[in-house]
Design a protein around this ligand. Structure first.
Ligand code: ZN
Ligand code: ZN
Length: 126
């Protein structure tokens, strides 16, 4: 589970794909709710950006992160074979990689979004 810091204070932001936050991220140091600026990309916890605050210091708008935004932050760049994890990258053929990916999925070590992202890269590859 990737963890980011609030752009303004020391709060941690747990970037869960589960709406409402990852249940594993309990504790005061984690911000349950946070927003992201559509211009500078700052992540702000609810303390630094209360719901009444709609504008970032840069003038951009603070938005609730939707699932697309979360997904992009979660998998910042997942577009080419280079972005595959080393366990898949070191295999040579598409078939081997698919098999390995499915095996990892079955073992439950991949998040659904992660599996889908890697799979679409592999499917698009030669
Ligand atoms: Zn903060
Ligand atoms: Zn901003």
């Amino acid at each position: 589970m990737p963890v980011f810091g609030c752009s303004n204070c020391s709060s941690l932001i747990s970037l869960s794909l589960i709406p409402g936050g990852n249940p594993a991220a309990e504790g005061d140091e984690f911000a349950r709710n946070w927003r992201i600026c559509d211009r500078c990309g700052s992540l702000l916890c609810e303390e630094c950006a209360p719901a009444s605050e709609t504008q970032c210091n840069c003038g951009g708008l603070l938005n609730e992160p939707d699932s697309d935004t979360r997904m992009k932050l979660y998998f910042p760049k997942c577009e080419s074979l280079e972005d595959l994890p080393p366990s898949l990258r070191r295999l040579t053929t598409k078939r081997e990689r698919m098999e390995k990916l499915n095996e990892q999925w079955e073992r439950g070590i991949l998040a659904r979004g992660e599996y889908d992202a890697y799979k679409s890269i592999l499917e698009a590859s030669a």
